[in-house]
Design a protein around this ligand. Sequence first.
Ligand SMILES: Cc1ncc(COP(=O)(O)O)c(C=O)c1O
Length: 397
Amino acid sequence: MSDIKLSDRVATLAPSPTMALDAKTKGLIQEGVDVVNLTAGEPDFDTPVFIRQAAQEAMNRGETRYTAVGGTVRLKSAIQDRLKADTGLEYRADQILVSVGAKHSLYNAVLSLTNPGDGVLLPVPFWVTYPEQIRLAGGDVQLVDIDPSHQGELRVEDLEKALRSHTKGLILNSPSNPSGAVIGRAHLAAIAAFAVEHDLWVISDEIYARLVYDGMEAVSIASMPGMSERTVVINGVSKAYAMTGWRIGYAAGPRHIIQAMANMQSQCTSNPSSISQAAAEAAITGPQEPVEEMRREFDRRRRYAVSRIQDMPGLKVNEPKGAFYLWVDMSQLLGRTIGGRVVNNADDLALLWLEDARVSVVPGSGFGVSDHFRMSYATSMERLAEGLDRMERLLGE
Ligand SMILES: Cc1ncc(COP(=O)(O)O)c(C=O)c1O
């Protein structure tokens, strides 16, 4: 082995704690084993045809060269219109940056706002990427526990408890991956007032905003008083338009922050794919019915999966109001022997389900909670039903 040392930066980067289980699931599927995979973080639908056609047309027109670093004028203009229609927010073109997926937009934002030692508030459960990005920037991850009586919805009181003198920012994700919780308007207003009072920046990851249920509205915190000048809104086409592989995300915020993020991007990746940008433009400006069709199908599966889980012994779930995941509390099963093995956390349960029932879910450890697991309903109704049957059968043994 070589003596070359890695940088401290990457030495502290945590590999996903669920990687071993993920590798095992993929390995089994590759061997031809019939595993019901409920781990997906992406829609199971294909990208709508008209979007794919727009990409082909862009190629044929010769749009195969570098674009402006922060995105084409046409795509930025489409994003401006979409943000206005969906959230009421008005941005100029120089307040928008298009990047290689929302994850890239987040990275640009976190790196542009966080100094070494700065505290960043992060509600639990969190999407696995946030703490690693904060750490890459040298920031201090300040976990925020959500009062369990609030069905996973963050409240300002939770933030107040976690606030310290070095706190500089807050990462919000509503609707949430993994919990599906959506922060209601009144609670969001209180959180906004808290951010203003303590002079915090906010990164608001709204990637699931189009996938909300039960008449819920996904409100952007950037639309609240005093917030547009301290908020970077993150969104993209991955989840709403079933375009995860195209890699187009975007950020909207104060001009000087967006400019700094664009400078970073200009030295790291340059523009996202010109062809994907043309496809994203078509997605954002074209007919929005496909989004509604997918949302309705997700909703149907959501209601079905929630009722099935609620009927299973030892499992509890809050009805998620957005995204396409159930965040299931398995704490009542801790210490129990299932299938001949003692279950001490959700990792044990997930392994047991995979090995003995051939159904795969994501244990909560990667999201900061060891007695919950995430199951995705971004799979066909038939496979979802089959997966739930398998889970139930093993629990009943
Ligand atoms: C909360 C959240 N934010 C951002 C992303 C990343 O989106 P993209 O594929 O556009 O990078 C994901 C993807 O799983 C996500 O769940």
